[in-house]
Design a protein around this ligand. Structure first.
Ligand code: ATP
Length: 583
């Protein structure tokens, strides 16, 4: 229950809307009970053989009509307040999700599969609507109404009140059994639904691999098994709950079961007047529905409790602490000082120290898995380091606000992601206030203008999910244009031209060197020929710096660099040889 109540903390006007919803819904139920009281009066006048004018009967009918109209109106007002509260809360939760994801280290986000994140942040939050808009306000108003009617019955005749309420313990028993079963059955139900979500996303995302390796049958089987498990656990739960639901939905509204025979007995032996008897019957009948509605919501709670728990678990996950310094650094030299970092328990970076100075190009090189991309990601604070310091212009990146840090760096990662919108808008994300002309200017420098003009709608061509309507090299060049448009003082390019043909790569390098004035450029590259002119080359080996210096210094001093350069030169010769051979 604590988790469920905490859900409301995301609503802006929780109390005001909640009171309004409960107030109006209670009023609507009471307005539904008043006609019973009016009917009681008419019956009593009949039995006492009092004269009733047509005017009296018409005014009573009119009163009943007014009650019913007011009931509809208050019900509408109550539900409108409860839905307002519900969607206000859901909006608060979704905003919290967006903030949470921004503040979580990438490692913590990637620990969860896309399927389970989607389930948690989309479906589970959506499912909270039923409790926020219905279960809570309607449950409380039905409880209040049942209590008011029960109290009136006690005031009229305590024996009749007990007789009317006698069905309650019998009716509530199956509900309690359902809640008990739910605690054991909800686990497998929830797990199977999570697995199904994960498998659907994996099946769709992995379709290319599935087709190429002809894994359609086995992957489809995995997906279908999870769908089947979900079906089994859901039906399993329904099989149990249907029996319980049938019992309580029959028993709970049967408030006359004991009241009618025993009430007749009391009337016969003269301990109950006819008037009280009739009124008790009408009140007991009007109590059946709110009682039933009240109990109906109870079994929903364990299910939603599980979901609220899962949402809260994610919200409780570790966050990175935003720095306080809004001040832009005085200069943009980047320095790593004795930096160590571990993914989970495995240390990937050990004691790394180097400086990338302003107005220079620093290249990070090394074999695959040496830790180059990790260093780039640590600079943009996708993760926090374990030991040491990373400073920009002398300020520790942890002390800077994320906004200041992100304004300082243009980062092009290995995994280029483009949004499913036009090429123009994808590039403009680098600087949202850039004009079309500025976007095109950058596209020209990043060598994408010509291919963009050849696409179906030019700059207005929509690039597809993640940019999948473009080639890898085209995506890379758009990402470079986006980063260049941002015009941040530090540019980090992680294999940013690896899928680009050598001719375009040279042109991009030229454009970058034109833009480097006053900037700090850090490049990660496999092709050593692209970084021979770098001012400083950092050679990484198994997460450590093996050597650093210019190309000539490293050639003279580092056996590892000599080996890498030799391998590179051989591959270039082989490349030239095969090209000549084919001509
Ligand atoms: N998200 C992650 N979780 C756990 N380990 C990781 C993760 N990313 C990288 N690693 C590990 O950290 C080490 C350094 O990886 P990194 O990606 O930085 O290497 P790299 O030099 O950029 O390699 P490449 O040239 O192939 O891109 C590797 O051993 C890798 O397996």
């Amino acid at each position: 229950m604590k988790e469920l109540m905490s859900v409301y903390s995301y609503a802006k006007h929780f109390k005001k809307d909640m009171y309004k919803a409960i107030g109006f819904l209670t009023a609507s139920i009471i307005l539904g009970v008043i006609p019973y009281y009016i009917i009681y009066h008419i019956i009593m006048r009949f039995t006492e053989e009092q004269a009733m004018s047509v005017l009296y009967l018409c005014s009573m009918a009119g009163l009943i009509l007014i009650c019913l109209l007011l009931r509809t109106h208050t019900q509408y007002a109550g539900l409108s307040a409860s839905h307002h509260l519900a969607y206000d809360t859901l909006m608060g939760m979704r905003k919290r999700v967006a903030d949470k994801l921004r503040m979580m280290p990438m490692g913590s986000i990637k620990k969860h599969s896309t399927g389970s994140l989607k389930k948690n942040f989309v479906e589970n939050i959506e499912d909270m609507e039923i409790i926020l808009a219905h279960a809570m306000p309607e449950g409380i108003s039905n409880l209040l109404t049942s209590l008011i009617i029960a109290l009136t019955l006690f005031v009229l005749d305590w024996r009749m009140a007990l007789l009317a309420l006698a069905v309650f313990p019998i009716g509530i028993l199956p509900v309690l059994l359902m809640i008990r079963d739910a605690s054991t059955r909800m686990g497998p139900y929830y797990q199977s639904s999570k697995e199904m979500n994960e498998n659907i996303i994996e099946y769709i995302s992995g379709m290319e691999v599935i087709k190429v390796f002809n894994q359609t049958t086995s992957s489809f089987k995995k997906y279908m098994t999870s769908v089947d498990n979900y079906k089994t656990s859901t039906l399993d739960w329904f099989k149990v709950s249907w029996t319980h639901m049938t019992v309580y939905s029959i028993v709970l509204p049967s408030t006359l079961l004991f009241l009618l025979p025993f009430g007749t007995m009391f009337y016969m032996d003269g301990t109950l007047t006819l008037g009280t008897f009739v009124l008790c019957i009408l009140l007991a009948m009007s109590m059946g529905l709110p009682l039933m509605r009240l109990v109906e919501f109870l079994p929903i709670f364990p299910n939603l409790q599980q979901k609220a728990q899962k949402i809260e678990q994610l919200f409780d996950e570790e966050e990175m602490v935003d720095g306080h310094s809004h001040a832009a650094p005085q200069h943009y030299s980047v320095s790593f000082q004795n930096v160590a970092f571990a993914y989970d328990d495995k240390e990937a970076i050990h004691d790394v120290s180097f400086t990338a100075r302003e107005n220079t190009v620093t290249a990070l090189i090394g074999e695959s898995g040496a830790g180059k991309s990790t260093l780039a990601k640590l600079l943009v604070r996708f993760w926090d380091i374990k030991r040491g310091e990373i400073r920009i212009g002398g300020i520790n990146v942890k002390d800077m606000t994320f906004e200041t840090l992100m304004n300082s760096i243009s980062y092009v990662s290995q995994d280029i992601f483009l949004f499913n919108t036009s090429i123009m808008e994808n590039i403009r994300m680098g600087r949202p206030d850039a004009s079309d002309e500025e976007v095109m200017e950058m596209a020209k420098l990043a060598q994408c203008h010509n291919f963009i003009l050849n696409t179906e709608h030019g700059y207005h061509t929509v690039v597809g999910d993640g940019g999948d309507k473009l080639s890898g090299g085209q995506r890379q060049r758009i990402a470079i244009a986006r980063a260049m448009l941002k015009n941040a003082p530090i540019i980090v390019l992680d294999e940013a031209t690896s899928a680009t043909d050598p001719e375009n790569e040279d042109k991009i390098q030229l454009a970058l060197s034109g833009l480097i004035q006053g900037k700090t450029l850090i490049v990660i590259a496999h092709r050593l020929s692209t970084i021979v002119d770098a001012n400083n080359i950092i050679l990484l080996d198994k997460g450590q710096i093996s050597a650093q210096g210019t190309h000539h210094e490293l050639l003279a001093l580092s056996p590892l660099y000599q080996k890498m350069w030799q391998a590179h030169a051989e591959s270039m010769n082989w490349d030239i040889a095969t090209k000549e051979g084919s001509n």
